[in-house]
Write a protein of this length. Sequence first.
Length: 180
Amino acid sequence: MEDLLLLWKLKRDSREALERIYEKYVNDLFAVAASLLGDVHSAHDVVHDVFESFARSGKELKLKGNLKSYLVTCVVNAARYRMRAKRRTSDVLADYAAEAKARQADPVNEIIADEQARRMVACMGELPYEQREVIIMHIRGQMSFKEIARTADVSINTAQSRYRYGIEKLRSLLQGEVEL
């Protein structure tokens, strides 16, 4: 409900509405971008570009789904474009280690969490990009398979299969070392 009000205000040139939308979603969008790109600087650039474009098109925006899914889709598309432009394979979940570390108070647990995060990042990097993308959109972006299918321009069954195969491969690679 808040998003509808913010969009209504944004269409009426409310700077405060744009600031609130930014504050509300920037961390989630950054996490998605960093996970897909494996590079903090590129993730910042992508999120900045998405919000810049969003601010410019705010008046004309005709949103059919929810705002967060729309913004996550924009970030995913921008990250996909950036990856194609650079023609490189990226690691993912760069911020996973920081999150795991923040949740742990015991130094031994911190070391274990850091090692688990490194293993997870390495294993995610071994997945095909399409599987990695679906896993990140579903887990980090909290998108439904229907939203993912629409974003990736595939069927819902394909999105679910990519997710399932990706999770199975992660389990196989991690062999119980990290809990999924």
